[in-house]
Design a protein around this ligand. Structure first.
Ligand code: SF4
Length: 462
């Protein structure tokens, strides 16, 4: 509705060997910090003496969980998930964590990413007798791990054995009757990090979730690494590490929270850097004020303002309380919805030439309304700046960047887009700038949605 790309999941897990913490409450709080990664469903599975109890449903955390449910989920290992459902995997059966039982006991899987060969894997497994109840890649992984576990001495070894057969993005946290296991695909497409709280070990999609539960960040899970936590301690396996990495650069531009640090890079500073890169390509006297489109445009707008020497202002007020139900009922009133969500401040904008920084343009459906509102609030010029390059290609690694024909930058030239959205000028981040924005990172990046250079083989677009 708001012409935004969605991340398809956030994961959280905690193992408290001392059994002194309320792991359910901590997981709930950790997921709260990851709610931006998925708002359509959520779930928590808790391990109580080897038995796993699971609760998940459609909705935000505060809609799905209440005190009674949280009190019911008791144990000392917990696994959580927030999910954005793509068009192929809508439906309650796909809510995570995925929980199953086999001869070695329960297995629960929280998952962020997307397997590029999921359909082939599923078909091959079905041909050999497997039955699947969901469309989730987590079920495929749970099934493959469980089957492999029958031939190996541990779940983590089973997981490492099947990693060669998985292609794509997967940041996983797996819970067994007596372990919590984290794994990141060898390319490191999606983030995953480790922290601690007292004696408890935590895994989370982003460091902001570890901060939110009063934990201490330890480190990122390395691309290809498997880490297994038991009551006896932590075992780290790096056999699958060392491949060329392709971490998602768009995590830094838009998906992740600015207070997260991913693979050594502060997201806040990456966004600021993107804003500075945009400013370096513009005349210094282009505008009187720089504003950002909340939330992910704000950091980049700060960077732009600092580099250009133009005052930064809060020109758009975001209403944070527009729920899903309201959005569903207001589908036909896009303009009103933009206005309700983002209200311009005439006191800041009136009589000003304004640089507006946003993180991306996908279909271009809401920019025109936004620019109209800013003009209506009194801006004399609107210069739209985008802190990412043009989206030209779909993503196969766990986001919902759509097919090329739906991407405005694939259909129209820069000037045609500018005219369509009604801006006085329009500029995107250049591909070369991507190298500049995350210089502190210790991994290499995927930029396929901008460049078309896919780091692994992907399906042909239909
Ligand atoms: S294609 Fe784009 S969104 Fe997808 S992983 Fe690569 S950089 Fe991220």
């Amino acid at each position: 509705m708001f012409d935004r790309i969605h991340e398809e999941c956030g994961v959280f897990g905690i193992f408290d060997p001392a059994k002194t913490l309320n792991v359910t409450q901590i997981t709930y709080s950790g997921l709260y910090a990851l709610q931006h990664r998925g708002q359509q469903s959520c779930g928590i599975a808790v391990n109580n003496e080897g038995k796993i109890y699971n609760h998940n449903d459609e909705g935000l955390l505060n809609e799905v969980f209440n005190e009674m449910i949280l009190n019911y989920l008791k144990g000392n290992i917990a696994l959580g998930h927030v999910r954005y459902a793509s068009s192929e995997n809508k439906g309650r059966e796909n809510n995570l964590p995925y929980v199953s039982k086999y001869t070695k006991g329960h297995i629960a899987v929280s998952y962020n990413g997307s397997l590029v060969d999921a359909n082939t894997l599923r078909a091959n497994l079905e041909d050999s007798g497997a039955m699947f109840h969901t469309n989730s890649d987590a079920e495929i992984i749970a099934y493959m791990v469980s089957r492999e576990r029958l031939k190996t001495e541990s779940t983590e070894q089973a997981l490492m054995n099947i990693m060669n057969r998985l292609s794509g993005a997967y940041s996983l946290v797996i819970m067994t009757p007596n372990k919590l296991i984290a794994a990141r695909d060898p390319r490191g497409f999606r983030p995953l990090c480790m922290g601690k709280k007292g004696e408890a070990v935590i895994f989370a999609s982003e460091s902001c979730a570890i901060d939110a539960v009063g934990g201490e960040f330890i480190r990122d899970i390395k691309p290809g690494e498997v880490v297994a936590v038991t009551a006896e301690g932590i075992n780290e396996y790096t056999d699958k590490c060392g491949q060329k990495t392709s971490s998602c650069i768009f995590e830094h531009i838009y998906f992740a929270r600015p207070d997260s640090v991913i693979d050594g890079q502060s997201v806040h500073f990456a966004r600021q850097e993107a804003g500075k890169c945009l400013a370096k390509r513009d005349p210094k006297d282009l505008a009187d004020i720089v504003i950002g489109v909340p939330d992910s445009g704000l950091d980049a707008a700060l960077g732009y303002a600092a580099e250009a020497g133009i005052p930064y202002g809060i020109g758009l007020n975001k209403n944070r309380y527009i729920g899903r139900t309201f959005i569903q009922t207001a589908q036909s009133e896009r303009e009103n919805l933009v206005r309700l969500k983002l209200n311009p401040l005439p006191a800041v904008l009136k009589g000003k030439r304004v640089v507006v920084v946003d993180d991306s343009i996908v279909r271009g459906t809401t920019c025109a309304h936004l620019i109209e509102l800013i003009r209506h609030a009194g801006a004399t010029e609107v210069h739209f700046r985008i802190s990412s390059p043009k989206f030209l290609n779909p993503c196969y690694f766990g986001t919902d960047i759509p097919s090329r024909d739906k991407l405005i930058a694939h259909r129209l030239t820069l000037d045609e887009i500018r005219k369509e959205i009604g801006a006085d000028s329009l500029a995107y981040l250049e591909i070369d700038d991507l190298k500049e924005i995350a210089k502190d990172s210790n991994v290499e990046f995927c930029d396929a949605c901008f460049t078309g250079n896919y780091p692994i083989n992907v399906p042909e677009e239909e």
